[in-house]
Design a protein around this ligand. Structure first.
Ligand SMILES: [Zn+2]
Ligand SMILES: [Zn+2]
Length: 177
């Protein structure tokens, strides 16, 4: 649970650092994105009266299989997060003037003593970590016939594979004769 106690927080800039066990932020979408190490969250929270500006960075390391050749890729992610909180009931006209939508501006009621960040961090990870990656732009993938990794080895399967377009023509000519 990542939360910041703002009950008696003084005005000014405050820094927080969290380390989260990957299991604690298990995300269904990431079935094959195995987190390595803990997910680290660095937060700078600026409080001024009823306004809170939160800027942070999420550091995560994840092992994701290349979607062509299935080689595990060790990826480091560095994702920014920025949120505004305001203690009040609803948006005012001045909030709209600086283009804050209900989504950007999170309302915090006066009796809430903590800012809870789990959901936002999970969301940032879901948007920031791709479900499919390539080990390299030129990844050759696996041979569809014998399954070897074509980045490491070669096989002579493709010489025996018939181009499907020619295969259709071949069948047509068989039917005609
Ligand atoms: Zn690959
Ligand atoms: Zn092959």
């Amino acid at each position: 649970m990542i939360e910041i106690d703002v009950k008696h927080l003084e005005n000014g800039l405050h820094h927080y650092s969290f380390e989260v066990n990957p299991e604690d932020i298990y995300i269904e979408e990431f079935e094959n994105a195995h987190f390595r190490d803990k997910v680290r969250v660095e937060i700078a929270l600026q409080k001024w009266s009823d306004d809170f500006t939160l800027e942070g960075e999420i550091f995560a390391r994840s092992i994701i299989e290349c979607s062509r050749c299935l080689t595990p890729c060790d990826l480091h992610f560095h994702l920014p997060i920025k949120l505004y909180f305001k203690r009040k009931l609803k948006l005012s006209e001045s909030d709209e003037a600086i283009n804050l939508t209900e989504d950007d501006l999170i309302t915090l009621s006066y009796d809430e003593s903590t800012i809870e960040l789990d959901g936002r961090i999970r969301e940032t990870l879901i948007l920031g970590i791709p479900l499919k990656v390539l080990c390299s732009e030129n990844c050759q993938g696996l041979c569809p016939m014998c399954g070897i990794n074509l980045n490491e080895e070669t096989c002579d399967c493709h010489s025996t594979v018939i181009d499907p377009r020619w295969e259709k023509l071949r069948q047509l000519s068989i039917q005609k004769s």
